[in-house]
Design a protein around this ligand. Structure first.
Ligand code: SF4
Length: 89
């Protein structure tokens, strides 16, 4: 109860003083969803970094692909678009 109240007060104070709402880190929850087979990637579970990294290379993250396509590590827009056209995504 104390932690919840403390968190609420802190969140309210921070959002009023900075205009921003602090987010709780969801790395562990995201990792349970992540279907990327490149297990040593330092961005696993950090979806914001993962998306930014791949968009900068004209790619989409591994979790956009079905398992067999993901394993090819071809994360290009073209590969994704081809799979969409073939209704495999
Ligand atoms: S999709 Fe790319 S950036 Fe994201 S976890 Fe896999 S290898 Fe890392």
């Amino acid at each position: 109860m104390f932690y919840w109240t403390y968190n609420l007060v802190l969140t309210t104070f921070l959002s009023r003083s900075t205009g921003k709402i602090p987010m709780e880190c969801k790395v562990e929850k995201n990792k349970s969803f992540c279907s990327c087979s490149y297990s040593s990637c330092p961005r696993q579970g950090i979806c914001c970094d993962c998306v930014q990294y791949h968009l900068g290379k004209r790619q989409v993250p591994g979790c956009f692909f079905p398992a067999d396509a993901e394993k090819t590590y071809d994360r290009s827009f073209e590969h994704f678009a081809r799979l969409v056209t073939e209704k495999k995504v």
